[in-house]
Design a protein around this ligand. Structure first.
Ligand SMILES: Nc1nc2c(c(=O)[nH]1)N[C@H]1C(S)=C(S)[C@@H](COP(=O)(O)O)O[C@H]1N2
Ligand SMILES: [Mo]
Length: 221
């Protein structure tokens, strides 16, 4: 009896998560690290928050903003601001690690976790990667298992205030367990793919995955 799974909460959400856990598609045991491992190798701490991008900071109002969800999902859709806010809202606390060697601790984010987002758009079994496209033309790729990490979040607020335009407002992604170039600012489109493809920096010599603890900085590493 004690071994029986609890059936009463077998919502679609728990079914999806259980299926993914069975397939090993969610990373496990990666989020909590000993404090001694908090700063990845080759990184130094900063207290400010540097701004890094391709030099074009698009000005997108909340009213103009859209998130197009395309590719291998059952619910191919476009979110506007209200649709994003109608998904479950979560607050997270995480560190930033930029490949240019600065790290910034203790950032407070609010938005929609990628797991809640995935539950809403329902990826097809063939989907193994995503390509993110931003309003400035930037692209970056992630394995679906990395996109679905427990602390990955589609962010609209920082410290309870709207995310500043220079940091990717109105909406950016934050994937804390990878280098920050994977965290697309001014997020506009997410395409679900049956194979991992290279985004902007990945085509220009950066690593396809970018794990800071493995120092996956450049593709020839
Ligand atoms: N749309 C977009 N997102 C982007 C970039 C960019 O040029 N355009 N640069 C990436 C890089 S290299 C880094 S380090 C972080 C910087 O985010 P920040 O300016 O908020 O520190 O954004 C990432 N996301
Ligand atoms: Mo970066």
């Amino acid at each position: 009896m004690a071994d029986e799974p609890i059936q009463t909460e077998d919502t679609k959400l728990t079914r999806t998560k259980r299926k993914w856990a069975d397939e090993g598609r969610f990373l496990t045991g990666r989020i909590s690290r000993p404090e001694a491992d908090r700063l990845p190798p080759g990184q130094h701490l900063v207290k400010n928050w540097p701004v890094l991008d391709l030099g074009q900071q698009p000005q997108i109002s909340k009213a103009q903003w859209r998130l197009d969800v395309r590719g291998l999902v059952n619910k191919s859709t476009t979110f506007d601001w209200n649709a994003l806010l109608s998904l479950p809202q979560t607050q997270t606390h995480s560190d930033i690690h930029c490949v240019t060697t600065w790290s910034r601790y203790d950032n407070d984010w609010s938005g929609v976790t990628t797991r809640d987002f995935l539950d809403a758009v329902d990826p097809q079994p063939e989907a193994v990667a995503v390509m993110l496209t931003s309003y400035d033309g930037y692209t970056t790729n992630l394995l679906l298992s990395d996109f679905a990490a427990e602390d990955a979040i589609i962010v609209h607020s920082w410290k309870g205030e709207p995310l500043a335009e220079k940091h990717g407002g109105p909406v950016r992604l934050v994937v804390p367990h990878l280098y920050f170039w994977k965290s697309a600012k001014w997020l506009h489109r997410i395409e679900f793919l049956n194979a991992d493809r290279a985004g902007f920096w990945e085509k220009n010599g950066y690593h396809m995955r970018g794990d800071p603890w493995a120092e996956e900085r450049y593709s020839d590493d």
